[in-house]
Design a protein around this ligand. Sequence first.
Ligand code: SF4
Length: 509
Amino acid sequence: MTKKHNTLGGNVIAPESKAEHLDDDHPREACGIFGVYAPGLDVARLAFFALYALQHRGQESTGIATCDGQAAYVHKSMGLVSQVYNENNLAPLKGHMAIGHNRYSTTGSSHIRNAQPYLIETMHGPLGVAHNGNLTNASDLRSQLLERGVGLSTTTDSELITQILAAPATVWSPYCKPNGSGGDCWIDRIQAFMAVSEGAYSLAIITRDAIYAVRDPRGMRPLSIGRLEQGYVIASETCALNTINAHFIRDVAPGEIVRLNEAGITSFEGCPPEKHTLCVFEYIYFSRPDSLLDGQVIHQARQRMGRQLACEAPVDADLVIGVPDSAIPAAIGFSLESGIPYNEGLVKNRYIGRTFIQPDDRLRQQGVSLKFNTLAENLQGKRVVLVDDSIVRGNTSGPLVQLVRGAGAAEVHVRVCSPPIRHPCFMGIDMATYTELIAHRFDVEGIKKQIGADSLHYLSLDGMLDAICQHRSATYCTACFTGVYPISIPDWLFEDNRDKLYFEEVWGI
Ligand code: SF4
């Protein structure tokens, strides 16, 4: 008999939360986080501009929580950073420290209850949490909290984290040996949380006295530390540091807790680090091209991936174009390596945002032309190499090929800067079922036919990893390509009907 579970264990949990993005076919990240400790500065304003820089990581909702050493203040709402904040709602966000959060956008989970940061009152003052990632044992943690009488108001694991941190570490003591906290009860509690949790998480935590940055033992989600003239910041990506004129110091290490307070930066071991498995999709798609990851500029890594693709899958062609924006560096790399001229062929309408309201495939395909126009003068009569960074569901590659062909291209050869995505992700990226993945259902030849391309080639796994990290000293999560997961995944998460099980149990539908 199939066991029922009362959570999908993620940031994107709600009965109506299945993402339907009509504008493109990329995996979806589940959040951007930020934290700042800076006495004398307008921390709410700093958080606002940092969240603006992190908007690409999540567009459903945004929130900022601040603390002045006594009380905490929060403003959060559905919508984009530019829509949510104004002078009137930033002004009450007083204090010298802040955390902020952008949440990944879905059609259905459009409910303020799932917006972050979560802010609650505890015996030791305010506690706020901003979370990026996904706990794979959220179902078990939820059960344990409910058995202890903790009421939960959302279905997200981010709330679970907050409630686990709200309890004394001794509550979780069977699992935890607090280690070198120096009497800081929050360090004890974070260590306890890290001892009982499994999965991917980067956290920004605000308390009465400090900001804490936390990264899971495998470092699956990015988190960087920067220095301001009057304080310190943490952010999901270094592009947010640059925006507020903070200087990059280093990344938070896997399994590390970093405290920002009046003493400066203090590092604690949260839990023993495991093999570093940063999500490789940070390089392929998620991170902004101007961000720095593991000491590498994303733009350069993507350009090398394009070069490698040109070596692995050469083609006689007249023109290389990229799918804007994330595939442009790879298209340039492909052109440089192959000698085939690069030019723009697709122009992205950056202001259309996302088209949320048409859920079926036919309308979704129309959504592509809402977002991209062609430069027909550049394409007419040309044999075109169309470079994309990834194909997830395959529902926009076909319309894009048609768009380029319809603008007069003689041939369209699709080159993809990552291997076929054949396995779901359970670590916080919205591609969590086998059936939605086109490369699970078809081989490369079948996908080529589906999208109507003259040829189709994917970058090999080794080629991709060589291009990303030329010395191969770093290791990455590549589970969606290989099926080899860095953490143990409960069997029930592989069931494609788990959404249904969840809806039946929790929502009675
Ligand atoms: S499975 Fe894929 S998308 Fe998920 S964390 Fe690993 S590399 Fe990233």
